[in-house]
Ligand binder design. Structure first.
Ligand SMILES: Nc1ncnc2c1ncn2[C@@H]1O[C@H](COP(=O)(O)OP(=O)(O)OP(=O)(O)O)[C@@H](O)[C@H]1O
Ligand SMILES: [Mg+2]
Length: 452
């Protein structure tokens, strides 16, 4: 130590803060001030007692300093809530390679403790399991405040879609909200565990009803409400949300139904941020085959038009109450879009409608309109498929259907294995990059439209 100098040792007592600000945890700042730089204060030198003015100045100065400290403390507490501060500190303690869970929009969602979710699902009891998809099992749970939730527990070991999709889903769902999109209530990351907590949807997913796993008949007005809700949810994702989102996995099991059978689109794990005006070339084929647009299946070309194609397939499933592919049926009926088109060509498209619905009664004009919309969605060339806002307008009769384009024959993927290539599910003999017909050369505007 230099003669005539003083050392002041300032220790930080708030655990976590040094790391937060980028200093090592045990940092102690030593401030060395040379005594010569600060000549001794006349106050200390003087043997005379302090006069009244000086005492007043010292007191005033102290008071002002105290006030500033108080204001700063209040501001700090208002800007950063204790829970968030805890998260920030936790985040700063994570190893550098760990993903940035708590940045941006994530600060607005709830963070669930693993123990809370274990309790809510009765230790992830198999009896509480709602289903198991590509992510891993989904459990029904009840929180302490009485709220019902669906907890999606990622199987990181089994699923290649693990962490990256977890992050994508959390980021996307928290930043977009619409009445026809399933709400993500929060998430949990505990060691290797990654969990998503959704609002619980009373009537589960649409596949249960339309594939006959659940014995529940949907009348036409409910089906119409479901079709329109899905269309509105997709319109929001494609056109109205602040980020352009392609869902990539529109299918019956990803449509959830609340207690009033209002639909909500779930599973944004496959959705990606999407660059404006650019077709996204996917490296990882993620869709489900029967719903997959040909340009996506063959060339990996992904745009919102792929979702529109899947919506067309789903629409036919809702009307006919069957799976898009059912190999137990006669060969003509196995592939729903193909079968529906054949009936359409013969002016017998009414036969595609669910027999139970035919018995119960439906608004014929609305059903034909919905089938017409489905065919427009299934157009082989992505540019021929209308955007979701047009589809919503067509479904709500805001546009004259006579003025809408007549659909051309969809291109169907041949999923039957070929002799020479038994493992290949999609035949490129039937559909290849070159075989998408040009809108100008399409072969069917002359086909009779269904009678209204
Ligand atoms: N929020 C929810 N409320 C009620 N049930 C749900 C909820 N989320 C999912 N489920 C149920 O859990 C099942 C499994 O869902 P999950 O999304 O994991 O699988 P999937 O949709 O069949 O496949 P994929 O992983 O391809 O989406 C669903 O079919 C649905 O019945
Ligand atoms: Mg799903």
């Amino acid at each position: 130590m230099l003669p005539g100098s003083h050392i002041f040792r300032l220790s930080c007592q708030i655990s976590g803060l040094p790391a937060l600000f980028g200093y090592p945890k045990e940092t102690e700042t030593m401030v060395r001030i040379k005594a010569e730089m600060f000549p001794p204060s006349p106050l200390l030198q003087s043997s005379k007692p302090m006069n009244n003015n000086t005492v007043l100045y010292v007191l005033l100065g102290g008071l002002i300093l105290l006030l500033i400290c108080l204001i700063l403390l209040i501001l700090f507490r208002k800007l950063i809530k204790p829970v968030e501060l805890k998260e920030i500190i936790l985040q700063s303690k994570r190893k550098p390679a760990a993903p940035d869970y708590f940045s941006g929009n994530l600060r607005t969602i709830s963070y669930f403790d693993f123990r809370t979710l274990r309790k809510a699902t009765k230790n992830f009891n198999p009896a509480n399991q709602l289903g198991c998809g590509g992510f891993g099992p989904v459990y029904k749970g009840k929180l302490d405040d009485g709220r019902m939730v669906a907890v999606k527990k990622l199987s990181l070991g089994k699923s290649q879609q693990g962490e990256a999709e977890f992050l994508a889903e959390v980021r996307l769902i928290t930043s977009i909200q619409h009445k026809n999109l399933v709400r993500l209530l929060g998430c949990c990351s505990d060691g290797s565990q990654r969990l998503l907590v959704y609002e619980y949807m009373e009537n589960r997913s649409l596949d249960g009803i339309i594939y006959g796993k659940v014995d529940h008949f949907l009348d036409w007005s409910t089906r119409y409400q479901i079709i329109l809700g899905i269309a509105r949810g997709l319109q929001y994702l494609h056109e109205d949300s602040h980020i352009r989102i392609v869902h990539r996995d529109i299918k019956a099991s990803n449509i959830l139904l609340d207690e009033k059978f209002q639909p909500k689109i779930g599973d944004f794990g496959l959705a990606r941020f999407f660059p404006e005006d650019e077709a996204y070339l996917s490296t990882n084929f993620a869709g489900t085959l029967g719903y997959t647009a040909p340009e996506y299946a063959i060339r990996g070309e992904l745009s919102e038009k792929a979702d529109i194609y899947s919506f067309g397939v789903l629409l036919l499933e809702i009307i006919s109450c069957r799976k898009n592919t059912d190999l137990s049926l006669s060969s003509e009926m196995q592939y729903l879009p193909e079968y529906a088109w054949k009936l359409y060509e013969r002016s017998k498209v009414i036969d595609v409608v669910d027999p139970k619905l035919q018995k119960d009664g439906f608004v014929e004009k609305d059903v034909f309109q919905a089938i017409h919309v489905a065919f427009l969605c299934l157009q082989p060339h992505p540019n021929l498929r209308p955007p979701m806002s047009d589809i919503v307008a067509m479904l709500t009769c805001k546009v004259d259907m006579v003025a809408t384009p007549t659909p051309v024959k969809p291109v169907f993927l041949d999923r039957k294995p070929r002799n020479n290539n038994k493992n290949n599910l999609i035949s490129s003999e039937i559909i290849s990059a070159e075989s998408f017909p040009s809108p100008m050369l399409s072969d069917s505007p002359s086909i009779a439209r269904p009678h209204n």
